[in-house]
Design a protein around this ligand. Structure first.
Ligand code: PLP
Length: 388
């Protein structure tokens, strides 16, 4: 890590000032860059010179964003993407060959599951799943062609926690790459590289933007792996736009303050729900009742902003609860300033069978709350009136 603290780096790390002596970094909306002469152009294209050529490769705004994430995650290098999913896809596509194998936790983001089960098999890349509470089964799933262990923690939407230290040890023992989607924790709450991850992926759309405005993604980690990922990505075109990079880099300046308040509000919401008579079970990593509370305490600074709970009465009560919500939003996003409530069994995961939903911890009554930055008393008031 760098010499300064997280908050300072997130604010002070920025592009060099131009001759205008601006205080806030300007927006470099340019698709390409000009060369002095033929020799300059030749040396630049042969990579003898490190410079911007074309914004599909690099751009000052995207570089600032990537370098900041590298500092905050303790990574050597990275590449920024138009979305979190393009980061996930490009990382796998760059590093895997036909016939390779992935071992992944079953509780992964929906589109990542679709990538593993529908699209990667087109290139003969198969995935074996372990359940979130069966980390000890990982070694039995490893095959001679396994290349990657993949996981998210906390998981979506059931907010389970995987032990990053154990994952790091297994990956090292078997000489596999460990890739962690760190979206729910953000670089502020958890740094998987410290526990042995080779690469870390973020959907910047969520808490990094934090205000529901732009899409973005990033992959950071070991320089030799990022080099492969960069070469794949600069030729296939999933680059983050300079405008979104500028927005996201600005957002990082306030990440720690926002996430602190998100976590404070979420803990209060979780504590309120835990004592409510219409609530069966509350899952929040920093509640003592969470099954992996001690692992969460070991690897996370705070509990994050996602609270999951089970409403008494199952599917119908879940729907009724959503219909009664006044202030909170019913929306597919998370990590916004605005509190968002979802009922996975009747919406995002309604196409799955009851058994498949159970595999990822989704019961009929499960409600997921992305706790926002409104006054927590108003959030609780809205939830309380909808729970009756
Ligand atoms: C949202 C999300 C993604 C995908 O990100 P997009 O920016 O929507 O493409 C990947 N992983 C997790 C955990 C997410 O929450």
């Amino acid at each position: 890590m760098s010499q300064n603290h997280f908050e300072t780096e997130a604010i002070r790390q920025q592009l060099e000032r131009t001759q205008y002596q601006e205080h806030s970094v300007p927006l470099y909306l340019t698709s390409s860059f000009v060369f002095e002469d033929a020799e300059d152009m030749r040396a630049s294209f042969s990579e003898e010179k490190q410079r911007n050529l074309y914004s599909r490769f690099t751009n000052p705004n995207t570089s600032e964003f990537v370098e900041k994430i590298c500092t905050l995650e303790g990574a050597e290098a990275g590449y920024a993407y138009a979305t979190g999913m393009s980061a996930v896809f490009s990382t796998f596509a760059a590093l895997l060959n036909a016939g390779d194998h992935i071992v992944s936790c079953r509780s992964v983001f929906g589109s990542t599951h679709t990538l593993f089960t529908k699209f990667l098999p087109k290139w003969n890349i198969e995935t074996s799943y372990f359940k979130v509470n069966e980390i000890e089964k990982i070694e039995s799933l490893i095959q001679p062609n396994t290349k990657i262990i993949y996981a998210e923690t906390p998981t979506n939407p059931a907010v389970d926690i995987l032990d990053l230290e154990v994952l790091g040890q297994i990956a090292k023992k078997h000489n596999l790459l460990l890739i962690i989607d760190n979206c729910f924790a953000t670089p502020y709450l958890q740094n998987p590289i410290q526990f042995g991850a080779d690469l870390v992926i973020h959907s910047a759309t969520k808490l990094i933007d934090g205000q529901g405005r732009v899409l973005g993604g990033v992959t950071v980690g070991k320089a030799n792996l990022v080099r492969e990922i960069y070469l794949f990505s600069r030729n296939t075109g999933p680059a983050l736009s300079p405008f979104n990079a500028w927005v996201l880099s600005k957002s990082l300046e306030t990440l720690s303050v926002r996430v602190d308040r998100h976590c404070e509000n979420a803990l209060k919401v979780a504590t309120f729900l835990e004592q409510h008579s219409n609530v069966e079970l509350v899952k929040y990593p920093f509640l003592k009742s969470h099954p992996q509370y001690h692992i969460a305490k070991k690897q996370m600074k705070k509990g994050g902003n996602i609270v999951a709970f089970q409403i008494k009465g199952g599917l119908e009560h879940g729907k009724t609860f959503l219909n009664k919500i006044n202030m909170c939003s019913l929306s597919a996003n998370l990590g916004d300033t605005r509190t968002i409530v979802t009922h996975p069994a009747s919406t995002t995961h309604s196409k799955l069978s009851v058994e498949d939903r159970a595999e990822v911890g989704i019961t009929d009554g499960l409600v997921r709350i992305s706790v926002g930055l409104e006054n927590v008393e108003d959030i609780i008031k809205d939830l309380e009136q909808a729970l009756v």
